[in-house]
Design a protein around this ligand. Structure first.
Ligand code: ZN
Length: 277
């Protein structure tokens, strides 16, 4: 009998509580007094605090300095949504952890990448591009325009919201065209930036959200907090998300199909597939 995909154990049939992991490299807050004064419990601690009034979330945090950066296989296997904040230590994230996160995104885990996370290994891996931007730190006002008021991530927002003081990111943002652009930002100095981008990779949804510089209190802004809450629920796996093909195929040494689906006469010429030096 032939294998049926339906016999393969599904990762999750339905998400009741959402298991969220907030990952933060947690470097600026430990080495810079100014940043520490804004985020005394770390950026991850601040995000955890404002998310805690959403009772549908089970929230954990993880940081770079922990073993496996706090992202064990066991934890990631149970994670529905991973939030990523990094800036100066992207290079210190081990490739095996990036592989692990990528696999889980392909399987259906949601990924919410914040601000300077655009240059993280995992975001560049998922994009396949440099994800380069233009930037300047001059405390500009940012006006974040809502491109689709009907999008779940924009729920509860007005036509736009403003961040009083922030770092500027400008175009060109070197990413593939997104499935949808939810926000476009305008900065006091005249630049614009696509600041809320939706992607699908494998079974997983990815949302990139620009606001969140370490030396300004951006994560205390109520509209920024609302977007992060909304986007957790948007990237969360759908009922139908299951194991990604790679994990299903794990342990199968030879993917050659010896027998065709129905009997045929084999035709044509086959080269030797074994590479000999
Ligand atoms: Zn920044």
């Amino acid at each position: 009998t032939r294998n049926s995909w339906s016999q393969i154990p599904r990762w999750k049939s339905k998400v009741a509580m959402v298991n969220v992991v907030i990952w933060n490299e947690f470097v600026h807050e430990q080495e810079d007094e100014h940043v520490k004064s804004i985020y005394p419990k770390g950026i991850h601690g601040c995000i955890k605090e404002f998310l805690s009034d959403d009772k549908s979330l089970n929230i954990k945090t993880a940081t770079l300095e922990e073993k496996d950066h706090g992202l064990s296989e066991e934890l990631l296997d149970k994670t529905d949504v991973l939030i990523w904040w990094g800036h100066k230590a992207h290079k210190l994230v081990e490739d095996k952890i990036v592989d692990r996160v990528q696999q889980r995104v392909l399987e259906g885990m949601g990924l919410l990448v914040l601000h300077s996370g655009h240059h993280s290994k995992i975001f560049k891996r998922m994009m396949g591009t440099t994800a380069n931007i233009r930037w300047a730190e001059r405390g500009e006002m940012e006006r974040v325009w809502v491109c689709n008021p009907g999008h779940p991530i924009a729920e509860g927002l007005g036509e736009y919201f403003e961040i009083e003081m922030t770092e500027m990111y400008g175009e060109p943002f070197q990413v593939p065209a997104p499935d949808e652009t939810v926000f476009v930002s305008w900065f006091e100095g005249g630049e614009v930036f696509r600041s809320g981008l939706c992607y699908k990779r494998g079974n997983g949804k990815i949302f990139y959200f620009r606001p969140g510089h370490e030396s300004y209190p951006v994560y205390y802004n109520k509209d920024v907090q609302r977007v992060i809450k909304n986007s957790i629920h948007w990237v969360c796996p759908e009922k139908t998300s299951g194991l990604w093909i790679d994990r299903i195929a794990k342990g199968i040494d030879n993917m050659e199909r010896k027998d065709p689906v129905q009997p045929i006469e084999v035709k044509g010429y086959q080269v030797d597939h074994n590479y000999k030096k």
